[in-house]
Each structure stands twice: as structure tokens, then as C-alpha cells.
Design a protein around this ligand. Sequence first.
Ligand code: AMP
Ligand code: FE
Ligand code: FE
Ligand code: ZN
Length: 291
Amino acid sequence: MIDLHCHSTASDGSDRPAELVAKAAATGLSAMAITDHDTTAGWQEAAAAVARLDEALVLIPGAEFSCVYQGPAGERISLHLLGYLFDPAARGLRAERDRLRTDRFGRGEAIVGNLSNAGYPIQWQRVREIAAGGTVGRPHIGQALVEAGVVGSVDEAFAELLADDSPYYVPKADAEVHRMISLITEAGGVPVIAHPWARRRGPILGPDALVELAGSGLAGIEVDHLDHSEQDRAELRKLASQYGLIATGSSDYHGDRKAVKLGAETTNPQSLREILSLASGMEPIYSSSAR
Ligand code: AMP
Ligand code: FE
Ligand code: FE
Ligand code: ZN
């Protein structure tokens, strides 16, 4: 089983990178990607954990980048772009990761300020402790709201207080998606759009925009994702095969911050081979028995 989208404590997952690797091996995954939001901070610990494994596991270092697509009518559609196997030292991409993370920090503080001004008992200091140096995201604020007894679960926090249309919401800085595709590609990485039709998260890219991105260097589409209906998956799979895009599937695991389990959605071995053949930024990391 191959799972190409997993989060650790380097962003808004709840498992440390080493735990994530151990769980992936225990779950029977043969390959997993660590794809924290706008950071590579979990790579080193994950790679060290792979070196200690008895099981056969291939680690694909990656990240999930916060992007925006600006449509012809000026509409702004936020989206997530997975980048696999890029050179972490490549300067343009590195600067953009730093910019996105710095902005998320200030934006998290602004959301907490809005909630606090409205009377909710939540403190930025506590959210920072929960994020523990990882890329700050709304799930961390959600956990602080749960701890304060404001809501019963992170899910409940997202339903109202943290929703995009909440009065307390503050947008985050995003990277222009064509530019991000170029930065990932220039860094030797492989850009794959994450959950493109996760409709409940807000407006999505239509088929025309996906085809346009395919012409601009997008390499793949995450087809099998829990937020996609069967009909959407069928349509995305067809688009992928028509336009030569790699179709992937993944859990988008976030530890106990989301109900989904590791390996709940998977990528077929041929798609992974295609990703590996396009990548030149770095080598995947093999456990000793996976070589
Ligand atoms: P942010 O990156 O700060 O805009 O927050 C979005 C993140 O929250 C994404 O990584 C999602 O995976 C996560 N998320 C979205 N909806 C929920 C939810 N209902 N419960 C938990 N996490 C969520
Ligand atoms: Fe997340
Ligand atoms: Fe995402
Ligand atoms: Zn994700």
C-alpha cells in the first residue's frame, strides 16, 4: 500500500514524524510521503526513523503548499499543491516556504485575537504551545478551543468558529499556483494537486482550469481522497488519463486531529514509479529491507 499525503507535528498532524513512520510500517504501507503544510521540517526525523525500521518502507519527502488560482474574472480559488522530492535547499522554493509559514503565524494570531475579542477564552500563547514549532494551522486553534471547553471537538470548531465564512476568519497568504508549479519543478520536484474537488472546503477549480494547469507543468492529480465523491473520482480519473496526468490516492492523515486512518486511500505502484521517474531534486529514502 502506498499513501502519498500524510501530516506530522511539523504542521497540523498529531504524530511526531518518527511516530508517523513507525505507524506507516506497522500499518503495512510499502511507501509513504510526509507532506506537511509549507515545510520540510519533519523530513530529517522521518528519515532517521526509516533507517531504524526492520520493515520495508520507502519514504517520499514532500510538502503541501498553500496556493491560489486567480481566474480570468478575478476570482481567487485557494488550493493545495503537493510537491514531492524537491531539493530542500533550492532557494526560490525555500524562500516561498518561509514566507508562507511566517504569514501563517501572524494569521493564526489574528484569528485568535478575533475570537478572544469576541469573548472566547483562548490564548495565542497556548496555540503556540500546541503547534510546538510546527507550521501553525486552524486545527491547532481548534484544539485550544476544545481544551477551553468552547467546543466538543476540532470538527465542531471548524463547523462554525473556524470556518472560512466565520466572522473570525482571516485568510492566509497563498502562493500563485503557476509560480509554485515552476518553483517545485525548478527544484527537481513533482507537483501534484491535492484534493482538487474537496467541495465543502470552498470554491474549486473546474476541469478547464485543471487542464490549463496540466499545460503549465502540473504532473498529477490526487484523485482518491476522502473528500471526493465516487462521481468526482471517476471524472478526475478520466481527466488525468486524457491529459497525461498521474493519478494518485492518499489518506491526508492528520493523526488524531482528523478521523481518517493511514492508508485509507492509496496510490497504485505505477503512479509512484511515474513520480519517481520525474523527480530529480532528491532520492527517496529506503529502509534497509526496501532496497
Ligand atoms: P489552515 O491550513 O489553517 O487554513 O487549516 C486548514 C487545515 O485544517 C487543513 O489541513 C485541513 O486538513 C484541516 N481541516 C479542515 N477541516 C477540518 C475539520 N473539519 N477538522 C479537522 N481539520 C480540518
Ligand atoms: Fe492540514
Ligand atoms: Fe490539503
Ligand atoms: Zn493535507
